[in-house]
Design a binder for this molecule. Sequence first.
Ligand SMILES: C[S@@+](CC[C@H](N)C(=O)[O-])C[C@H]1O[C@@H](n2cnc3c(N)ncnc32)[C@H](O)[C@@H]1O
Ligand code: SF4
Length: 309
Amino acid sequence: MSAVPLASPVEAYFEVANRCNSKCATCPLTFDPQERAHNLTFEEFVKLVEQLPHLKRAVMHGIGEPLLNRDLPSMVRHLKQRDVYVLFNSNAALLTDARQRALIDCGLDEFRVSIDGSTPETYIKVRGIAAFELVIANVAAMVHLKRELGETNPRISFWVTGMRENLPELPGVIELAARIGVDEVYLQRMVFSNIGLAVEEQSIFRGYREEAERIIAEAETLADRLGVTFRGSGAPTLPQMATRCPAVSPRSPASRTATSSWATTSRTACQPRGRASATSSFEIGCTAPSRTTPAEIVGWAGACSAAPS
Ligand SMILES: C[S@@+](CC[C@H](N)C(=O)[O-])C[C@H]1O[C@@H](n2cnc3c(N)ncnc32)[C@H](O)[C@@H]1O
Ligand code: SF4
């Protein structure tokens, strides 16, 4: 099916920062930061939002750490005034008490913590920095703060990019979530680019499928018992996470989700027909879905955050 421009997107990804305080072995940013370092400014952001009159859902990350952008809470507030559902993924290493309060206060709907393991050893192998205990302490503190303030939002969840290195710790992540009061755990597909740990040999299908399905089933049983919601992102069912994951280039426009628009900090915006081009004015284009099921959205942004919510 060929892509047809939509009148105006209902979903957008905003890469509010394109640098990171982490060094994940799965992330292209760790090995090859291709773009000039830039945080989206509030003014730039407002210009983008003005072009999206029908926006209903906004994801505030691209490739980089959103908490590095000090204007993030103001951006979220701006979207909430327009009744947009707002979420983002974060490594949560910079989730200080002040940031926790700001994120609760601005009305953020979902805060997704990329955890990728249940032990400091796996965390450092996959995420590249020795921050496991810090991240767990930060997230536990935010759960506590939400309770203290009587707030239900943002929903806080753990995210695991599934690969052979960390899949055996999936049940451990569910236990950890239950222990510190995180209600939801998501498994997302690893997109392999053949750099770092993002290599085909790490994938949880082909030669590992049976083991992956066994671990996922164990995690599902445990989640049921502990009252933790456990879902797959971008696949209709959890077992399907282990069946396929095509290789795509994270920076290719075709690998971005095809159902929404996206804007990067380096002034690239998704244009009609899914082609990316540099713009000086942060104009946004959009594409109609060229694929039909969530399972078939295999791109970088899709794999990151396309979980139905
Ligand atoms: C690129 S990060 C940006 C947001 C934030 N820095 C973070 O890590 O959560 C978005 C998501 O992509 C995940 N990710 C990293 N490498 C990946 C890969 N090769 N395939 C799929 N997802 C990946 C991260 O774990 C994170 O959940
Ligand atoms: S996955 Fe996120 S935290 Fe890790 S290096 Fe990439 S942008 Fe940073």
